[in-house]
Design a protein around this ligand. Structure first.
Ligand SMILES: [Zn+2]
Length: 305
């Protein structure tokens, strides 16, 4: 098959939704599907169902062009074995993902960590090449990746980048991790929606509902300001320790664009004494970064990128 016809299937296993799509070698999507994330081993059944949906949505003459698959997952991932080691939000422990998908699809299949692959995708999609970018992914939770010499830093444990569990409000709310005042108890998309709902008694489904009310609803303004302030505090720590060349704000929340970037930048400049605040921008890929990252991982595995 010629290189231009090659397709890969990509899967993004998140805490709320599992997304799937077929991509060509230029990372253009051809067909996609999504469903709510189930709990436990049913995750594999959901992946199989999504694979069938995406294949069915492809033009019949393109189904045979799928040559590899890539999946990314939250939590701890064993890439070498293709196993989700632990994902608390999904009640998953030691779940084989790459093996069953590969047997189902009949193509090489790889599993990677969602934030790492999303960050790689963001850096590859960047309009300019930056030394040592720091990529934050803000969705249901918050995590980050720092790049050193072009590769994300993993740390000895493989757990580097847990920015969401840096304590920024010690008198704040208890985090499911056990600590009090973690960044993601204030600034994740889930926390923003929850805080607004609690203070107004109006149930909102996501941070985008709060975003829409900015400028007209003082409670929305207050919740948003608390979130961007906490994010700025955490990022000042990051800059003090790592001096990144650029900060990229990604994940679903970054679709807010300047409404997110500007208050974070302004607050960082106010509170930064030792650290230099580098350029800050919203991501190019937004909530698609995980899926694009999974596709990129699959393409690299077969040597197509
Ligand atoms: Zn925590």
């Amino acid at each position: 098959m010629s290189d231009v016809r090659r397709l890969v299937l990509a899967f993004d296993i998140g805490g709320t939704t599992i997304k799937a799509a077929a991509y060509d070698a230029a990372l253009r999507p051809l067909a996609g599907a999504r469903r709510p994330s189930p709990r436990g081993p049913a995750v594999v059944d959901a992946l199989a169902g999504l694979a069938e949906e995406v294949l069915a949505a492809l033009p019949p003459d393109r189904r045979e062009d799928v040559v590899a698959a890539g999946a990314v997952a939250l939590g701890l991932v064993d890439e070498a074995r293709g196993v989700m080691r632990r994902a608390v939000n999904l009640d998953v422990t030691d779940l084989e993902v790459a093996g069953p998908l590969s047997r189902l699809l009949g193509v090489p299949t790889v599993l990677g960590h969602d934030v790492e692959q999303a960050a790689i995708a963001e850096v590859e999609a960047s309009p300019t090449e930056v030394r040592q970018p720091f990529v934050v992914v803000i969705g249901t939770g918050i995590a980050a990746a720092t790049f050193v010499d072009g590769a994300p830093l993993r740390g000895v444990s493989g757990q580097a980048g847990e920015l969401g569990h840096v304590v920024v409000r010690p008198d704040g709310r208890r985090c499911p991790c056990g600590a009090v005042g973690c960044l993601e108890t204030v600034a994740s998309a889930a926390a923003i929606a929850r805080d607004y709902s609690e203070r107004t008694g109006t149930a909102v489904t996501g941070a985008s509902d709060v975003l829409r009310r900015l400028g007209t609803d003082p409670v929305a303004d207050e919740v948003w300001a608390e979130a961007t302030s906490a994010l700025a505090d955490a990022l000042v720590m990051v800059c003090t320790l790592l001096a990144p060349g650029e900060i990229v704000l990604g994940g679903g929340l970054a679709e807010a664009g300047d409404a997110l970037v500007e208050p974070v930048r302004t607050t960082m400049l106010e509170r930064s004494y030792v650290a230099t605040v580098p350029p800050i921008r919203a991501s190019v890929l937004g909530s698609r970064a995980g899926l694009v990252g999974a596709a990129g991982l699959a393409l690299r595995t077969i040597g197509a990128r």
